[in-house]
Ligand binder design. Structure first.
Ligand code: SF4
Length: 379
């Protein structure tokens, strides 16, 4: 299949027809990547499916699962005089327990938006070459297995250059332990899973076999285009409807993802990071679900360098992000959706991030409502 075929309307129509013909019972399918959430809503894939297939959204938005205490730490560090704090843009409006990074920036903190960890490294390199500068560059290193290799590379290069004006506030998280936590809840209600193809491109997908076997959940590794997503849904439905069941992991992102993944990226991550227990916003502490800097890179740990507190904080709002991130409800089922909570006044991270499920529903529902109003006017 060529790259242009992944949005081909004929392929889409055929897959929808196959899924409709195969489905005999209600099934709930979770996708586990914020990019997939947005693609499903943008292309209206949920509307093409039979009513008996319910798509719910997992904990795959890195901004949404970054714990509130880490946002508080980021604000503390960013507010330290002499710090240049580098962050991805969608972290700016994520609420901490008392404000967000945007508010810290408006109070004078030097918060800069970057698109890659290497930009922060380059900035630190430039600072180190600037006579008389004693500013510190701090990278807010968040994200899943996909972004961890670039963070690891930036830190490794900083160590090679003895760059002591660079450090990272690390909050990288791993997908499989979060899925295990969700499926360990006997009331999880999920029948099948679409796993994120780009994560598997880095890690490989061998670890999903254990999840599939342990929890009896068919899994499709899939991408972000309509045909990718529908092929994933078709594979999951086909397994769910089979008698006897033969649950397995099927890779429909075969043009990119492999079972072994990217060995070079994995080695870079292993060189710099070790596994650690990690708090997930809305989910809690999950064993061995995060990455921390190894001892030989401890000099680059911003938490240590700035001696910041790491108090546990709790959400004080009606936000139901925890239920959204576990696939218990869809964003529109949150009472605050669209009223108390909207992109101009987000109560929770899923309404802030470009990858957040609540933001996706708000954006694409509004567009659909606008279009239907236009059609009514046209008529
Ligand atoms: S709609 Fe807003 S309040 Fe409700 S779960 Fe989403 S982010 Fe939280």
């Amino acid at each position: 299949m060529q790259a242009t075929d992944f949005g081909n309307p004929n392929h889409v129509a055929l897959l929808v027809q196959q899924i409709r013909a195969k489905t005999t019972r209600p099934w709930t399918i979770m996708e586990v990547c914020g990019g997939q959430t947005h693609a499903i809503l943008r292309y209206g894939i949920d509307q093409l499916l039979p009513d008996s297939i319910r798509i719910v959204h997992g904990p795959g938005c890195p901004v949404c699962v970054t714990p509130i205490e880490t946002i508080d730490q980021a604000i503390q560090i960013a507010s330290t005089p002499g710090v240049i704090f580098c962050t991805f843009g969608d972290m700016l409006r994520v609420p901490g327990s008392d404000g967000d990074l945007m508010q810290a920036k408006s109070r004078g903190a030097d918060v800069r938006i970057i698109h890659s960890p290497m930009e922060a490294y380059q900035l630190a390199l430039a600072e180190s070459n600037q006579t008389g500068s004693n500013r510190q560059v701090v990278l807010f290193a968040i994200g899943f297995e996909t972004t961890a290799p670039a963070t690891a590379m930036a830190i490794r290069m900083a160590k090679e250059k003895n760059l002591d004006c660079f450090s990272a506030l690390v909050c990288h998280v791993l997908v499989p332990p979060a899925l295990e936590a969700i499926f360990s809840d006997e009331n999880h209600g999920i029948d099948g899973l679409l796993a994120a193809g780009h994560v598997c491109t880095i890690t490989g997908y061998h670890s999903y076999d254990a999840i599939c076997n342990r929890f009896g959940i068919p899994i499709a590794i899939t991408g972000f285009e309509p045909v990718d997503l529908l092929r994933g849904i078709w594979n999951v439905v086909e397994q769910l409807e089979s008698q006897p069941r033969n649950d397995r992991v099927v890779n429909v992102y075969e043009h990119i993802a492999t079972i072994q993944g990217n060995a070079h990226a994995q080695q870079t991550v292993d060189e710099v990071f070790a596994l650690c227990d990690q708090t997930w916003r809305g989910i809690g502490i999950l064993p061995q679900s995060g990455l921390k800097l190894k001892e030989k890179y401890a000099l680059y740990d911003a938490q240590k360098r700035f001696s910041i507190r790491s108090d546990r904080s709790t959400e004080a709002s009606p936000c139901r992000a925890a239920d959204v991130l576990r696939g218990k409800i869809r964003p529109v089922e949150c009472p605050a959706f669209g009223s108390l909570c909207n992109p101009g006044n987000p109560l929770g991270a899923p309404m802030v991030s470009n990858e957040g499920a609540c933001a996706a529903y708000y954006l694409y529902q509004s567009i659909k409502e606008d279009k239907s109003q236009d059609l009514e006017v046209d008529r």
